[in-house]
Design a protein. Structure first.
Length: 459
C-alpha cells in the first residue's frame, strides 16, 4: 500500500518501515530512473545522510534506478549539499539525497533533482501517480553502479575558492548529523582552530536534535562559545544544508540577519543585482539590500521554491529564514549548503577584529519565534485562502499575498501562511520596538478573530 502522506511539497518523507518502506523507495527509484531516461540523462548521483536506515533505503533506491538502465554514481554517506555538488561535478544535474534532514530518528526521506531541476509540489505528486499506475521503464540490461569519493573534489573546490584573512578559533556543533566530519575537515583546511561538538555521526542523535532553527538545540554551542576562546559558533542540521550561528555573548544570529552580511558581500561584485528572500524574513533586510546597491526580491517560503526563484531571476544570492542559503555568484553553483555558507561567513568575519561585534551590530527587530496554529490535514491551505479573501487592513502600508498574508506596517509586520510540510498555519510577528510588536499582535489577532472567532491564537 502506498501512503500518499509521504509525498510532501519539497520532498518524500515518512516513518521508516511504516509509511516509508524499502518497497516504496525502490518504486520511487524506478520512476526517477524513467524520468532520467525521458530527460536524456545517463546517470543518477545518490548520497545518504547518517540515519540508521540510510544505507538500506539508498540500496533500494539504487536498485530501482538501475532497473531502468540508468547508471548510478554512489557517493555514499555525505551531506545533502555534497550530493548537489556531485550532480554538478559529474555533469548529471540529476541526483537523490536519502535524508530525513532535521526530523526525528525514525524518519527518512528523499530530496530529488532531475536534469538540473529540483523536484517539488506537482512534480512530486506525479511520482506518486506513476507508482500507482506502475508507470516506469524496465530495461533489458540494468545500469551499472559506481562508488566514488565526492568529498575530496568538494573540499578542493571550496578550499580553492574561499580564503580567510586570518586564522580563527571557532566552535562547530554537528548535532551528530552527517555534516560534522566534513565541517571539521573544511574549516581546518581554511586555517581555523576548530572546537568540535557532537561532530561524530550518530543516527540516534543522542545529544540534541539536529535543527539549528530551534534555540534549545543551540544551548550546548552557546555554552561552548561563551566558555572557550572560540570567536563564533556554527551549527548544522541533520543533512548539512542549513546553517546556525551564535556569537561570543550567546546571541543567535538568525538566517535573515546572516543574509545581510552575505548580501553586502555579494553585491560588491554584483552591483544592482536582485537578492531573493522569503516571506518569513525580517523587514530590516529590505532597506539593507537597497542601501548596499541591490534589489530586494521576495519569494514564497520553501527551499525548492526559493531555488526556483533563484533560477527565474538569475540572482547571485538567495536565502530563507529556515537557514537555506544559496550562493549563485559564479563562485558557487546556486544550491543550498550550510557548510559552504559557514565558510563564506568565516571569510567575511576573518576581516574583523571582533567578529561577534560585527554580527551583533546587524540591524535587528523585536519578533516572535515561528508560531503554529494546528489544523486538520490540508485545512491550513483552505484557511489561508479564506484569510486572503476576507482580511483587510486600511492602516497597513502593504499586504503581500504571494504566500499567505504578510501585512506590512511602517514599524513591523504580521505573517500568516500555510505550512507545506505539516498541518499548521505559521504565524510570525515583528515590530521595530516592543510597543510596536504589542500593537501589531493585538491588531492582527483581532483581524484573525473577525474571520474565525473561535480560533485559538498562539500569541
Amino acid at each position: 500500500m502506498l501512503d500518499a502522506s509521504i509525498f510532501k511539497a519539497y520532498d518524500i518523507r515518512g516513518v521508516v518501515d511504516v509509511t516509508l518502506t524499502t518497497e516504496v523507495v525502490r518504486a520511487v527509484g524506478r520512476v526517477l530512473g524513467s524520468m532520467a531516461r525521458e530527460a536524456d540523462v545517463k546517470a543518477f548521483c545518490v548520497g545518504r545522510d547518517g540515519r540508521l536506515s540510510g544505507e538500506r533505503l539508498a540500496d533500494a533506491l539504487i536498485e530501482g534506478v538501475l532497473s531502468t538502465g540508468i547508471d548510478v554514481i554512489d557517493i555514499g554517506m555525505t551531506p545533502t549539499p555534497v550530493l548537489y555538488f556531485a550532480t554538478n561535478y559529474y555533469g548529471t544535474g540529476t541526483g537523490v539525497a536519502v535524508t530525513g534532514s532535521h526530523n526525528p530518528p525514525e524518519y527518512n526521506g528523499l530530496k530529488m533533482m532531475v536534469a538540473g531541476v529540483t523536484l517539488f509540489a506537482d512534480q512530486i505528486q506525479k511520482i506518486r501517480e506513476r507508482i500507482e499506475r506502475r508507470e516506469w521503464f524496465e530495461a533489458e540490461t540494468p545500469g551499472t553502479r559506481k562508488t566514488v569519493d565526492a568529498v575530496t573534489p568538494y573540499l578542493e573546490k571550496v578550499l580553492g575558492d574561499v580564503s580567510l584573512s586570518r586564522s580563527m578559533t571557532i566552535a562547530v556543533d554537528g548535532g551528530n548529523g552527517v555534516a560534522g566530519p566534513l565541517a571539521e575537515r573544511l574549516y581546518h583546511g581554511l586555517g581555523c582552530r576548530v572546537l568540535p561538538l557532537f561532530t561524530e555521526v550518530d543516527g540516534h542523535f543522542p545529544n540534541h536534535h539536529p535543527d539549528p532553527s530551534k534555540p534549545a538545540n543551540l544551548e550546548d554551542l552557546q555554552a561552548l562559545v561563551r566558555t572557550s576562546d572560540a570567536e563564533v559558533g556554527l551549527a548544522f542540521d541533520g543533512d548539512g544544508d542549513r546553517l546556525g550561528v551564535v556569537t561570543k555573548s550567546g546571541q543567535i544570529i538568525y538566517p535573515d540577519r546572516q543574509m545581510m552580511l552575505f548580501a553586502e558581500d555579494v553585491l560588491r561584485t554584483h552591483p544592482g543585482a536582485q537578492i531573493v528572500y522569503d516571506v518569513k524574513c525580517t523587514r530590516a533586510l529590505v532597506p539593507w539590500i537597497r542601501e548596499h546597491g541591490g534589489v530586494p526580491t521576495i519569494s514564497r517560503t520553501g527551499h525548492s521554491l526559493v531555488k526556483a526563484k533563484l533560477r527565474e531571476t538569475g540572482a547571485p544570492f538567495a536565502g530563507e529564514m529556515s537557514g537555506h542559503l544559496f550562493f549563485n555568484d559564479g563562485r558557487w553553483p546556486g544550491f543550498d549548503d550550510g557548510v559552504y555558507a559557514g565558510a563564506r561567513l568565516l571569510e567575511i568575519l576573518s576581516r574583523e577584529k571582533d567578529p561577534s561585534a560585527r554580527l551583533e551590530a546587524l540591524p535587528s527587530a523585536v519578533n516572535t519565534p515561528e508560531l503554529h496554529i494546528p489544523m486538520a490535514e490540508g485545512e491550513q491551505h483552505a484557511f489561508i485562502r479564506l484569510l486572503q479573501e476576507k482580511l483587510h487592513f486600511d492602516d497597513a502600508e502593504d499586504v503581500i499575498k504571494i504566500d499567505g498574508v504578510r501585512v506590512e506596517w511602517k514599524d513591523g509586520f504580521a505573517l500568516a501562511r500555510a505550512s507545506n510540510t505539516t498541518p499548521v498555519v505559521v504565524i510570525r510577528l515583528e515590530g521595530d520596538t516592543e510597543e510596536a510588536l504589542e500593537r501589531i499582535r493585538k491588531r492582527f489577532g483581532a483581524a484573525l478573530h473577525e474571520v474565525a472567532p473561535d480560533l485559538a491564537l498562539p500569541f
